[in-house]
Design a protein around this ligand. Structure first.
Ligand SMILES: [Zn+2]
Length: 448
């Protein structure tokens, strides 16, 4: 009858896009399956009784005043295979970044020893930065992509992993692509089956993801086949969508419609689809995306380098689109979702105010675009759970116990009591380093 474990302490999570819930000294009861069974707040009538029971059974962990629980982050878009080049060549043109750096690197993952080393490191690094769930692009190579999924499983991270498809000979180099559309679909189906076979071996589970890199790198035949696989297996889908001027125009010219419509025609826009970036979505695209409950992975750091624009997050949300957050290693250089949160707020303010001082003030920006720290925190947690259709991102009954325990003793100045708990949360979100993340828990298991 008794739960596996309970932790007593202060905690923050998002109630909704704007509101933060602060739990003071709450008792979070965690089931054997790793879900939050109940949260007892101090004013609950049974608080003392429950606390006494847990204490007596030796199962109550009590956090100190300098420790705070936050939900683990959901990184909705990260290229695990690009981790070795994080922080490299970002000031080079996109073609150079892709052709001279990225594709040669990704092609090396046929070497399973290399893949094992890199993938373990990216999983450990993101976990230690508080990322409890990650949606990964691996590479074209099936075997090492399965390896990545298994390593997520063993490391305790909830990994959603895709074998990348890029089969069009007219847009990919011969040294790094699927040999044909048939092979791309065959390899993807094999990948899905292999991952599904081991999915439940791990308490937090791992998930296969159908992953066309983006429309310009795939043949229509491959995209059609991938759409069929997404339907047949009811699995997640991820791809880049309307990321840059070039990509947006390319699809328009090739298919006569925008990315979102083209993807939808191939059966790749579903409730379980995450489209990365997508700043150039137009009103009709937004209708499709919102109607299908597809989500966007906002990657503010990489957008600053490669997207020619800032995602109008607030506007897209007002049209009914769910927007989660991502690091986009290595278009974004940092594995930390804290950096994504910070950059999302900064970029949105620049979008609102405008950046060209020679323009008159009222012509400089896009009104009503700036987001708050609360908004960004919601995107990095709750919106990620919504995007993936998983009970993650909140610290409420029924949610997975995915938690980072922050120790505020370093980096975060504590010379007075903040005016309200929210001020403290903002300090934590803006100042924390990975060294402040003392522990990380996924599905009720401690992994850091
Ligand atoms: Zn990407």
């Amino acid at each position: 009858m008794f739960n596996n474990t309970a932790i007593q302490g202060n905690a923050f999570y998002s109630m909704d896009f704007n509101k933060i819930k602060y739990v003071s000294n709450g008792i979070f009861c965690v089931s054997n399956e790793g879900y939050i069974d109940e949260v007892y707040e101090e004013d609950h009538k049974d608080y003392d009784l429950i606390r006494f029971k847990y204490l007596k059974s030796g199962k109550l962990r009590i956090l100190s005043d300098s420790e705070v629980m936050l939900p683990g982050f959901v990184d909705l878009h990260i290229h695990a295979s690009q981790w070795p080049q994080a922080g490299t060549a970002l000031d080079r043109p996109l073609e150079t970044w892709l052709g001279e750096y990225t594709f040669p690197l990704e092609s090396r993952f046929k070497d399973l020893v290399f893949a094992n080393e890199v993938y373990l490191d990216v999983i450990n690094t993101t976990l230690t930065h508080g990322t409890t769930t990650a949606m990964y692009f691996a590479t074209v190579d099936r075997e090492s992509s399965i390896l990545l999924a298994g390593l997520c499983g063993e490391s305790g991270q909830r990994g959603l992993v895709g074998k990348v498809v890029m089969d069009d000979p007219s847009s990919n180099s011969d040294f790094y692509r699927d040999a044909s559309p048939e092979e791309a679909v065959y390899e993807t189906e094999k990948f899905i089956n292999e991952v599904l076979k081991i999915q439940n071996t791990y308490k937090q589970k791992i998930y296969p993801v159908v992953t066309p890199r983006f429309i310009p790198s795939c043949t229509p035949k491959a995209l059609e086949g991938l759409g069929m696989l997404a339907r047949k297996y009811d699995v997640h889908v991820q791809t880049h969508c309307s990321e840059s001027d070039w990509a947006h125009q390319f699809v328009k010219e090739k298919y006569g419609v925008n990315d979102a419509k083209a993807l939808d025609n191939f059966g790749l826009i579903t409730e379980k689809t995450v489209i990365a970036h997508a700043p150039f979505l137009e009103p009709d695209d937004l209708k499709i995306i919102a109607g299908k409950k597809t989500s966007i992975a906002h990657s503010p750091l990489s957008n600053a380098y490669f997207a020619n624009s800032v995602l109008p997050l607030k506007d897209f949300r007002s049209k009914g689109v769910n927007v989660g957050m991502a690091t986009d290693i290595s278009g974004g250089y940092s594995p930390s979702m804290y950096q994504s949160i910070r950059q999302a707020v900064i970029s949105s303010r620049m979008l609102q105010e405008g950046v060209n001082p020679s323009l008159p003030r009222d012509e400089r920006g896009r009104p009503c675009s700036s987001i708050t720290i609360n908004n960004a925190f919601y995107s990095a947690t709750v919106a990620g759970g919504i995007a993936l259709n998983l009970p993650i991102g909140k610290l409420e009954k029924g949610y997975s116990f995915d938690v980072q325990i922050i120790n505020m003793e370093n980096n975060i100045p504590r010379f007075y009591k903040e005016k309200n708990p929210e001020d403290l949360l903002h300090k934590i979100l803006l100042l924390s380093e990975s060294s402040n993340i003392k522990e990380v828990w996924v599905q009720g298991c401690r992994v850091k």
